[in-house]
Design a protein around this ligand. Structure first.
Ligand code: NDP
Length: 329
Protein backbone atom coordinates (compact mmCIF):
# COMPACT_ATOMS: atom_id res chain seq x y z
CA UNK A 1 0.00 0.00 0.00
CA UNK A 2 1.28 3.46 -0.88
CA UNK A 3 2.47 5.56 2.04
CA UNK A 4 -0.32 8.10 2.71
CA UNK A 5 -0.37 11.34 4.69
CA UNK A 6 -3.10 13.80 5.64
CA UNK A 7 -3.35 17.07 3.71
CA UNK A 8 -5.51 20.17 4.11
CA UNK A 9 -6.63 21.38 0.70
CA UNK A 10 -8.19 24.65 -0.40
CA UNK A 11 -10.40 24.31 -3.47
CA UNK A 12 -12.11 26.90 -5.63
CA UNK A 13 -15.92 26.95 -5.51
CA UNK A 14 -18.62 28.96 -7.30
CA UNK A 15 -18.84 31.28 -4.28
CA UNK A 16 -15.15 31.53 -3.40
CA UNK A 17 -13.11 28.73 -1.87
CA UNK A 18 -13.57 25.78 0.49
CA UNK A 19 -11.39 23.62 2.71
CA UNK A 20 -11.32 19.82 2.66
CA UNK A 21 -9.01 17.14 4.03
CA UNK A 22 -7.54 14.34 1.92
CA UNK A 23 -5.22 11.34 2.26
CA UNK A 24 -2.42 11.85 -0.23
CA UNK A 25 0.67 10.04 -1.42
CA UNK A 26 3.93 11.56 -2.61
CA UNK A 27 2.55 11.30 -6.17
CA UNK A 28 0.05 14.10 -5.35
CA UNK A 29 2.81 16.59 -4.52
CA UNK A 30 4.13 19.21 -6.95
CA UNK A 31 7.49 19.06 -8.68
CA UNK A 32 10.61 19.76 -6.65
CA UNK A 33 14.00 18.23 -5.97
CA UNK A 34 13.60 17.59 -2.23
CA UNK A 35 10.80 15.71 -0.42
CA UNK A 36 10.33 16.42 3.27
CA UNK A 37 8.40 14.58 6.00
CA UNK A 38 6.79 17.60 7.67
CA UNK A 39 6.68 17.40 11.47
CA UNK A 40 5.33 20.89 12.18
CA UNK A 41 3.83 23.86 10.41
CA UNK A 42 2.28 27.02 11.85
CA UNK A 43 -0.65 29.38 11.43
CA UNK A 44 0.66 32.81 10.47
CA UNK A 45 -1.54 35.82 9.67
CA UNK A 46 -1.03 35.15 5.96
CA UNK A 47 -2.19 31.54 6.43
CA UNK A 48 -5.33 32.95 8.03
CA UNK A 49 -5.94 35.03 4.91
CA UNK A 50 -5.19 32.03 2.65
CA UNK A 51 -7.37 29.44 4.42
CA UNK A 52 -10.38 31.76 4.85
CA UNK A 53 -9.99 33.33 1.41
CA UNK A 54 -10.23 36.83 2.93
CA UNK A 55 -7.41 37.91 0.63
CA UNK A 56 -6.30 36.31 -2.65
CA UNK A 57 -3.18 34.66 -1.21
CA UNK A 58 -3.76 31.32 -2.98
CA UNK A 59 -3.26 31.69 -6.70
CA UNK A 60 -3.54 28.10 -7.93
CA UNK A 61 -6.25 25.62 -6.93
CA UNK A 62 -6.51 23.15 -5.36
CA UNK A 63 -3.64 24.03 -3.03
CA UNK A 64 -2.21 22.93 0.31
CA UNK A 65 -1.72 26.19 2.23
CA UNK A 66 0.90 26.72 4.93
CA UNK A 67 3.70 29.21 4.25
CA UNK A 68 6.22 27.45 6.48
CA UNK A 69 7.22 24.04 7.79
CA UNK A 70 9.98 22.10 9.52
CA UNK A 71 10.76 18.48 8.82
CA UNK A 72 13.20 15.79 7.76
CA UNK A 73 14.35 15.17 4.19
CA UNK A 74 13.14 11.79 2.85
CA UNK A 75 14.42 12.08 -0.74
CA UNK A 76 16.70 14.54 -2.51
CA UNK A 77 18.13 15.23 -5.96
CA UNK A 78 19.72 18.44 -4.67
CA UNK A 79 23.41 18.51 -3.81
CA UNK A 80 22.87 20.37 -0.50
CA UNK A 81 20.45 17.84 0.99
CA UNK A 82 20.30 14.13 1.79
CA UNK A 83 17.73 11.95 3.53
CA UNK A 84 17.76 12.58 7.28
CA UNK A 85 18.68 16.26 7.04
CA UNK A 86 16.51 18.52 9.21
CA UNK A 87 15.20 21.56 7.38
CA UNK A 88 13.08 24.70 7.66
CA UNK A 89 11.11 26.39 4.91
CA UNK A 90 9.70 29.94 4.95
CA UNK A 91 7.97 31.59 2.03
CA UNK A 92 9.11 31.38 -1.61
CA UNK A 93 5.43 31.20 -2.63
CA UNK A 94 4.91 27.94 -0.73
CA UNK A 95 1.30 27.96 0.54
CA UNK A 96 0.47 30.49 -2.22
CA UNK A 97 1.37 28.91 -5.58
CA UNK A 98 3.13 25.71 -4.40
CA UNK A 99 1.76 23.07 -1.97
CA UNK A 100 2.70 24.08 1.56
CA UNK A 101 3.06 23.00 5.15
CA UNK A 102 -0.47 21.86 6.02
CA UNK A 103 0.27 18.28 4.98
CA UNK A 104 2.40 15.41 6.26
CA UNK A 105 4.77 15.70 3.29
CA UNK A 106 6.04 18.50 1.09
CA UNK A 107 8.12 18.55 -2.09
CA UNK A 108 9.98 21.79 -2.78
CA UNK A 109 13.10 23.22 -4.36
CA UNK A 110 16.20 22.47 -2.34
CA UNK A 111 17.29 26.07 -2.91
CA UNK A 112 14.42 27.21 -0.69
CA UNK A 113 15.47 25.23 2.39
CA UNK A 114 17.42 26.38 5.45
CA UNK A 115 19.23 23.86 7.64
CA UNK A 116 17.74 23.56 11.13
CA UNK A 117 20.17 25.34 13.49
CA UNK A 118 22.02 23.04 15.89
CA UNK A 119 20.32 22.66 19.23
CA UNK A 120 16.94 23.78 17.91
CA UNK A 121 14.14 21.24 17.54
CA UNK A 122 11.75 21.19 14.60
CA UNK A 123 8.92 22.07 16.98
CA UNK A 124 10.89 25.09 18.26
CA UNK A 125 11.68 26.17 14.70
CA UNK A 126 7.98 26.29 13.95
CA UNK A 127 7.14 27.94 17.27
CA UNK A 128 9.33 30.66 15.77
CA UNK A 129 7.94 30.14 12.25
CA UNK A 130 7.67 32.82 9.62
CA UNK A 131 6.40 35.33 12.18
CA UNK A 132 9.50 34.88 14.34
CA UNK A 133 11.93 34.80 11.45
CA UNK A 134 10.37 38.05 10.22
CA UNK A 135 10.64 39.54 13.70
CA UNK A 136 14.37 38.75 13.54
CA UNK A 137 14.65 40.36 10.09
CA UNK A 138 13.18 43.48 11.73
CA UNK A 139 15.66 43.33 14.61
CA UNK A 140 18.55 42.95 12.13
CA UNK A 141 17.21 45.97 10.22
CA UNK A 142 17.21 48.11 13.38
CA UNK A 143 20.76 46.97 14.18
CA UNK A 144 21.87 47.80 10.63
CA UNK A 145 20.49 51.30 11.11
CA UNK A 146 22.52 51.74 14.28
CA UNK A 147 19.66 51.56 16.80
CA UNK A 148 21.42 50.49 19.99
CA UNK A 149 20.09 49.24 23.34
CA UNK A 150 21.12 52.43 25.15
CA UNK A 151 19.43 54.79 22.68
CA UNK A 152 16.02 54.86 24.35
CA UNK A 153 12.76 52.95 24.23
CA UNK A 154 11.93 50.72 21.25
CA UNK A 155 8.26 50.26 20.39
CA UNK A 156 6.76 46.97 19.16
CA UNK A 157 3.27 47.19 17.61
CA UNK A 158 0.89 44.24 17.25
CA UNK A 159 2.67 43.15 20.42
CA UNK A 160 0.57 40.16 21.48
CA UNK A 161 0.63 38.65 17.97
CA UNK A 162 3.29 36.33 16.55
CA UNK A 163 5.73 38.85 15.10
CA UNK A 164 5.25 41.16 18.09
CA UNK A 165 5.75 38.49 20.76
CA UNK A 166 9.03 37.25 19.27
CA UNK A 167 10.29 40.78 18.57
CA UNK A 168 9.75 41.65 22.24
CA UNK A 169 11.52 38.52 23.48
CA UNK A 170 14.52 39.01 21.18
CA UNK A 171 14.91 42.77 21.73
CA UNK A 172 14.70 42.40 25.50
CA UNK A 173 17.32 39.62 25.48
CA UNK A 174 19.58 41.94 23.47
CA UNK A 175 19.21 44.61 26.17
CA UNK A 176 16.77 46.99 24.50
CA UNK A 177 14.11 48.75 26.58
CA UNK A 178 10.95 47.47 24.90
CA UNK A 179 7.49 49.03 25.00
CA UNK A 180 4.59 46.89 23.76
CA UNK A 181 1.67 48.47 21.91
CA UNK A 182 -1.42 46.29 22.23
CA UNK A 183 -5.20 46.39 22.05
CA UNK A 184 -5.33 43.66 24.68
CA UNK A 185 -4.57 45.20 28.11
CA UNK A 186 -5.43 41.82 29.66
CA UNK A 187 -2.16 40.55 28.11
CA UNK A 188 0.00 42.96 30.15
CA UNK A 189 1.45 40.19 32.35
CA UNK A 190 2.16 38.03 29.27
CA UNK A 191 3.91 40.88 27.46
CA UNK A 192 5.97 41.84 30.52
CA UNK A 193 6.86 38.15 30.90
CA UNK A 194 8.33 38.28 27.39
CA UNK A 195 10.42 41.30 28.33
CA UNK A 196 8.34 44.44 27.72
CA UNK A 197 9.00 47.10 30.35
CA UNK A 198 5.50 48.54 29.92
CA UNK A 199 2.54 48.43 27.58
CA UNK A 200 0.77 51.24 25.72
CA UNK A 201 -2.77 51.19 24.33
CA UNK A 202 -2.70 50.74 20.57
CA UNK A 203 -5.45 53.38 20.28
CA UNK A 204 -2.71 55.94 21.00
CA UNK A 205 -1.51 55.27 17.44
CA UNK A 206 -4.89 55.14 15.71
CA UNK A 207 -5.87 58.83 15.87
CA UNK A 208 -5.16 61.63 13.36
CA UNK A 209 -1.54 61.67 12.18
CA UNK A 210 0.58 64.75 12.94
CA UNK A 211 3.42 65.53 10.56
CA UNK A 212 5.74 65.60 13.56
CA UNK A 213 4.84 64.63 17.11
CA UNK A 214 6.82 64.51 20.37
CA UNK A 215 9.86 62.23 19.93
CA UNK A 216 9.33 59.07 21.98
CA UNK A 217 11.08 56.08 20.40
CA UNK A 218 14.63 55.24 19.37
CA UNK A 219 13.20 52.64 17.01
CA UNK A 220 10.19 50.48 16.33
CA UNK A 221 9.13 47.11 14.93
CA UNK A 222 5.79 47.54 13.20
CA UNK A 223 3.53 44.60 12.28
CA UNK A 224 0.43 46.73 11.87
CA UNK A 225 0.91 49.33 9.09
CA UNK A 226 -1.66 52.01 8.21
CA UNK A 227 -2.42 54.84 10.68
CA UNK A 228 -0.39 53.10 13.38
CA UNK A 229 2.80 53.11 11.31
CA UNK A 230 2.18 56.74 10.27
CA UNK A 231 1.79 57.83 13.89
CA UNK A 232 4.82 55.83 15.00
CA UNK A 233 6.96 57.48 12.30
CA UNK A 234 5.92 60.91 13.58
CA UNK A 235 7.18 59.97 17.07
CA UNK A 236 10.60 58.48 16.22
CA UNK A 237 13.65 60.21 17.68
CA UNK A 238 16.05 62.10 15.42
CA UNK A 239 17.98 59.54 13.30
CA UNK A 240 15.92 56.59 14.54
CA UNK A 241 14.45 53.78 12.45
CA UNK A 242 11.29 51.75 12.01
CA UNK A 243 11.35 48.20 10.65
CA UNK A 244 7.98 47.60 8.98
CA UNK A 245 6.74 44.13 8.06
CA UNK A 246 2.99 43.97 8.47
CA UNK A 247 -0.48 45.21 7.63
CA UNK A 248 -2.72 43.88 10.43
CA UNK A 249 -4.45 47.29 10.56
CA UNK A 250 -4.21 48.03 6.83
CA UNK A 251 -1.94 48.26 3.80
CA UNK A 252 -2.25 52.05 3.51
CA UNK A 253 0.24 54.53 4.95
CA UNK A 254 -1.30 57.96 5.63
CA UNK A 255 2.03 59.51 6.59
CA UNK A 256 3.96 62.75 6.07
CA UNK A 257 7.50 63.02 4.72
CA UNK A 258 8.41 65.33 7.61
CA UNK A 259 9.96 62.66 9.89
CA UNK A 260 12.25 61.66 6.98
CA UNK A 261 13.31 65.15 5.86
CA UNK A 262 13.49 66.91 9.22
CA UNK A 263 14.52 64.11 11.60
CA UNK A 264 16.40 61.70 9.29
CA UNK A 265 14.03 58.94 10.35
CA UNK A 266 14.50 55.71 8.42
CA UNK A 267 11.66 53.41 7.34
CA UNK A 268 13.01 49.95 6.51
CA UNK A 269 10.81 47.36 4.84
CA UNK A 270 11.26 43.72 5.82
CA UNK A 271 10.17 40.92 3.47
CA UNK A 272 10.41 37.29 4.49
CA UNK A 273 9.11 35.59 1.33
CA UNK A 274 11.92 36.14 -1.16
CA UNK A 275 14.54 37.35 1.30
CA UNK A 276 18.00 36.27 0.00
CA UNK A 277 19.41 33.06 1.46
CA UNK A 278 22.41 34.58 3.33
CA UNK A 279 20.07 36.89 5.27
CA UNK A 280 17.76 33.95 6.09
CA UNK A 281 20.65 31.90 7.40
CA UNK A 282 21.83 34.89 9.45
CA UNK A 283 18.32 35.40 10.88
CA UNK A 284 17.94 31.73 11.85
CA UNK A 285 21.42 31.67 13.41
CA UNK A 286 20.52 34.71 15.51
CA UNK A 287 17.19 33.14 16.50
CA UNK A 288 19.16 30.15 17.78
CA UNK A 289 21.20 32.37 20.11
CA UNK A 290 19.10 35.46 20.85
CA UNK A 291 15.68 34.07 21.70
CA UNK A 292 14.98 32.72 25.19
CA UNK A 293 13.51 29.22 24.67
CA UNK A 294 11.44 29.44 27.87
CA UNK A 295 9.81 32.61 26.55
CA UNK A 296 9.28 30.87 23.21
CA UNK A 297 7.50 28.00 24.99
CA UNK A 298 5.37 30.48 26.95
CA UNK A 299 4.08 32.12 23.76
CA UNK A 300 3.38 28.85 21.88
CA UNK A 301 0.20 26.83 21.56
CA UNK A 302 0.03 23.50 19.67
CA UNK A 303 -2.93 22.51 17.50
CA UNK A 304 -3.82 19.65 15.11
CA UNK A 305 -4.32 19.90 11.36
CA UNK A 306 -8.10 19.59 11.87
CA UNK A 307 -8.02 22.77 14.01
CA UNK A 308 -6.42 24.93 11.28
CA UNK A 309 -9.66 26.31 9.70
CA UNK A 310 -10.86 27.60 13.11
CA UNK A 311 -7.41 28.99 13.95
CA UNK A 312 -7.35 30.80 10.60
CA UNK A 313 -10.52 32.69 11.54
CA UNK A 314 -9.17 33.47 15.00
CA UNK A 315 -5.84 34.89 13.86
CA UNK A 316 -7.61 37.32 11.52
CA UNK A 317 -9.89 38.37 14.38
CA UNK A 318 -6.78 39.26 16.44
CA UNK A 319 -7.66 36.56 19.00
CA UNK A 320 -4.48 34.49 18.77
CA UNK A 321 -1.82 35.22 21.38
CA UNK A 322 1.77 34.49 20.36
CA UNK A 323 2.33 31.51 18.07
CA UNK A 324 0.26 28.57 16.85
CA UNK A 325 2.17 25.41 15.90
CA UNK A 326 0.44 22.71 13.84
CA UNK A 327 1.63 19.21 14.81
CA UNK A 328 1.75 16.93 11.75
CA UNK A 329 4.00 14.04 12.71
P1 NDP B 1 -0.91 38.12 14.41
O1 NDP B 1 -2.36 38.11 14.05
O2 NDP B 1 -0.38 37.06 15.28
O3 NDP B 1 -0.56 39.52 15.08
C1 NDP B 1 -1.05 40.74 14.59
C2 NDP B 1 -1.32 41.65 15.76
O4 NDP B 1 -1.60 42.96 15.25
C3 NDP B 1 -2.54 41.28 16.57
O5 NDP B 1 -2.25 40.29 17.52
C4 NDP B 1 -2.87 42.60 17.21
O6 NDP B 1 -2.00 42.82 18.31
C5 NDP B 1 -2.50 43.62 16.12
N1 NDP B 1 -3.67 44.04 15.36
C6 NDP B 1 -4.56 43.26 14.71
N2 NDP B 1 -5.51 44.03 14.11
C7 NDP B 1 -5.19 45.31 14.39
C8 NDP B 1 -5.79 46.56 14.06
N3 NDP B 1 -6.90 46.63 13.31
N4 NDP B 1 -5.20 47.68 14.50
C9 NDP B 1 -4.08 47.64 15.25
N5 NDP B 1 -3.47 46.47 15.61
C10 NDP B 1 -4.03 45.33 15.17
O7 NDP B 1 -0.11 38.16 13.02
P2 NDP B 1 1.45 37.91 12.78
O8 NDP B 1 2.20 38.39 13.96
O9 NDP B 1 1.65 36.53 12.27
O10 NDP B 1 1.71 38.91 11.56
C11 NDP B 1 1.67 40.31 11.80
C12 NDP B 1 1.69 41.06 10.48
O11 NDP B 1 2.95 40.88 9.85
C13 NDP B 1 0.63 40.59 9.47
O12 NDP B 1 0.12 41.69 8.78
C14 NDP B 1 1.42 39.70 8.55
O13 NDP B 1 0.84 39.60 7.29
C15 NDP B 1 2.76 40.42 8.53
N6 NDP B 1 3.88 39.55 8.17
C16 NDP B 1 4.66 39.96 7.13
C17 NDP B 1 5.74 39.24 6.74
C18 NDP B 1 6.62 39.76 5.66
O14 NDP B 1 7.33 38.99 5.02
N7 NDP B 1 6.65 41.06 5.46
C19 NDP B 1 6.03 37.93 7.36
C20 NDP B 1 5.21 37.62 8.52
C21 NDP B 1 4.15 38.42 8.88
P3 NDP B 1 -2.57 43.28 19.76
O15 NDP B 1 -3.70 42.35 20.06
O16 NDP B 1 -1.40 43.15 20.66
O17 NDP B 1 -3.03 44.70 19.57
Amino acid sequence: MADTFRALLVEKTDTGQAVRFADWTDADLMAGDVTVAVSHSTVNYKDGLAVTGKAPIIRTFPLVPGIDFAGTVTASDHSNWKPGDQVILNGWGVGETHHGGFAGRARVKGDWLVRLPQGMSQAQAMAIGTAGYTAMLCVLALEDQGVKPGDGEVLVTGAAGGVGSIAIAVLSKLGYTVVASTGRPEEEAYLKGLGATRIVDRNEFSGPVKALAKMRWAGAVDAVGSTTLANVLSQINYGGAVAACGLAQGADLPASVMPFILRSVKLIGCDSVTCPMPRRVQAWARLATDLDRNKLAAMTHHIRLADVPKAAEEILAGKVRGRLVVDLA
